[in-house]
Every structure is written in structure tokens, then in C-alpha cells.
Design a protein around this ligand. Structure first.
Ligand code: DQA
Length: 146
């Protein structure tokens, strides 16, 4: 089964959006990094982005059957969405929360993410490299729980 990599709102603008915080790597670049990293572990990646909470929830539900592990950058919804948390809680596969920046070192309102309550673990603060580390963690956790 593939590793699902889900990206929340505004991440389609990666590379042009606040590059001093999020870097100049685009989301397509990130997709390539994830695919390459997953291939090392013999895994494929299903890589998606949506600005819509319900769409992300539908994909999380799809991952229940379709994925060996889930990497999710919930972006702003991580800080607000109990519905997304509830969807994640219904998963029995490893969940790696992933952020480009380190939200804990930014504004107060970013210090809490609901997603963390359901996540197996968290990688943040390493820019696009956070995703590679998250893929690595997800692949290994999937193997351990297989
Ligand atoms: C983010 C951090 C969030 O606080 C923010 O809302 C984002 C991106 C990150 O990857 O650093 O949109 O998830």
C-alpha cells in the first residue's frame, strides 16, 4: 500500500507564499522529494493538496483502507479542525504530522495543533526536508506495525 501525503490550505502556494518562512521549494518539488524518499523504502506515494476541510477529511477516510501510513501537513486546519482530528482518530495506521516551519516557535495561536492528538509523531521546522524525514518515519512505522 502507498503512503498518503495530504497537504492542507494554502500549500498550493508553496514557493511564492511567505518564502522567508516556508522557503522557495514548490509543492511539486515536495511531491518529487516524497516520491524519491518513499522509493528508497519500496513505497509509492499518493500526494494531494486541498484548501477544503471536507476534502481533506474524505481523503483521510480513504486512507483507512488505502494507505500503509499517512503524512499530513494540515496547515491552518491543524490549529482549528476538530473534524479533521476526529477523522484521523478513526485511522489505525501510523500518522506523521509534518510542518515546514516550526509552529511552536511562532505565534501563540500556532502552538497548539489538534492533529497532534492523533499523530504517532511530528516533524517540523526543516522546510521541505521535514517531508523527507516524515516519509522516512512513516515508512518505518508502517513496517513496524505491519
Ligand atoms: C504550516 C504551519 C501552520 O501554522 C500554517 O498555518 C501553515 C503551514 C507549516 O508547514 O509550517 O499553513 O503547517
Amino acid at each position: 500500500k502507498p503512503i498518503y501525503v495530504l497537504n492542507g490550505p494554502n500549500l498550493n502556494l508553496l514557493g511564492v507564499r511567505e518564502p522567508h518562512i516556508y522557503g522557495t521549494t514548490t509543492l511539486e518539488d515536495v511531491r518529487g522529494l516524497c516520491e524519491a524518499r518513499a522509493a528508497v523504502f519500496g513505497r509509492q506515494v499518493v500526494f494531494r493538496q486541498s484548501n477544503h476541510e471536507g476534502q481533506l477529511i474524505d481523503w483521510v477516510q480513504e486512507a483507512r483502507e488505502g494507505a500503509c501510513a499517512l503524512v499530513i501537513n494540515p496547515a491552518g486546519y491543524g490549529h482549528t479542525s476538530i473534524a479533521l482530528l476526529d477523522a484521523l482518530k478513526a485511522l489505525s495506521i501510523p500518522i506523521v504530522e509534518c510542518h515546514l516551519s516550526n509552529p511552536a516557535a511562532r505565534e501563540e495561536f500556532r502552538r497548539h495543533t489538534f492533529v497532534s492528538l492523533a499523530a504517532t509523531g511530528l516533524v517540523s521546522g526543516f522546510g521541505a526536508r521535514s517531508y523527507e524525514l516524515a516519509i522516512e518515519a512513516a515508512a518505518q512505522a508502517a513496517k513496524a506495525s505491519a
